[in-house]
Design a protein around this ligand. Structure first.
Ligand code: FPP
Length: 241
């Protein structure tokens, strides 16, 4: 006789069973987290960068194939210069250290043209040297979803096409190398998309956390995965019988 046992699936099993391949993060709340602790906003971004590294490693460890993070939007240039410089400094430093992150293939998505040439060189070198690795990490930098779509359409027109399909646009986006996000997680208590992955998130599930980004832990990711795994994705159709 076969004995039946009921076991709760592990997070890794839930990731596989639910088909969760790509998680994207809107890492909001660094500033408020810092202010509440009487720290500078720059210190908040430093704490945010440390948490980002842990979360990316954790997502990889539970079988997620691709992560995307919103590090700097096209609108973030409007912030005070010291804050912009602090975020750029963190990204530039990370671009140098990140080669040591095992198995990660780095992609900086967004318009790199306004960045300093030394920063661009570092980002592009990291992209080149890690291109063959299996796990994808997209870092959105000087990124805006509308600008990305306009850029994609212009690329297609420059290739001489006169009629454009959805597949053409998907392929010409900065994220043409990876599947659309299954889940977008936003921290910081705000309930909006903020120009992030507009085209790619047509059928994405959203998870909003009350936590500020620097407070995020592996347990919070588990919670988001459980929430995702409990949802029915219908892609505009009906439930399967
Ligand atoms: C939003 O929080 C966060 C940003 C605009 C920057 C996010 C950047 C990082 C986490 C560091 C990036 C570095 C690496 C290495 C990826 P906010 O400042 O708008 O927070 P607030 O809403 O509380 O003011």
């Amino acid at each position: 006789m076969i004995e039946k046992t009921e076991t709760t699936p592990t997070i890794k099993e839930l990731v596989a069973l639910s088909g969760l391949r790509h998680i994207a993060f809107i890492m909001d709340g660094n500033g408020r987290w810092a202010t509440a602790k009487h720290l500078s906003r720059e210190a908040g971004h430093k704490a945010g960068a440390d948490v980002f590294k842990k979360i990316v490693r954790y997502c990889k460890s539970i079988g997620i194939e691709c992560c995307t993070v919103y590090a700097f939007s096209t609108e973030n240039w409007n912030r005070p210069k010291p804050e912009v410089e602090a975020i750029m400094g963190l990204l530039e430093k990370y671009a140098v250290e990140a080669d040591a992150e095992k198995d990660i293939s780095f992609h900086f998505i967004g318009d790199k043209t306004p960045l300093s040439s030394s920063m661009r060189e570092k980002l592009e070198k990291l992209e080149r040297t890690t291109a063959d690795r299996p796990y994808i990490l997209n870092i959105a930098l000087n990124y805006g979803g509308r600008a990305e779509i306009v850029n994609a359409v212009n690329k297609i027109l420059a290739d001489g096409k006169t009629e454009v399909t959805e597949a053409d646009i998907s392929a010409a986006l900065y994220t043409g190398h990876c599947p659309d996000p299954d889940l977008v997680v936003r921290t910081g208590k705000e309930l909006r998309i903020s120009n992030f992955l507009l085209w790619q998130s047509a059928y994405t599930e959203y998870y909003f956390s009350e936590k500020m980004w620097p407070e995020m832990t592996a347990d919070d990711i588990d919670e988001a995965v459980r929430s995702f795994a409990g949802r029915k994705r219908r892609w505009g159709g009906l439930d399967k019988a």
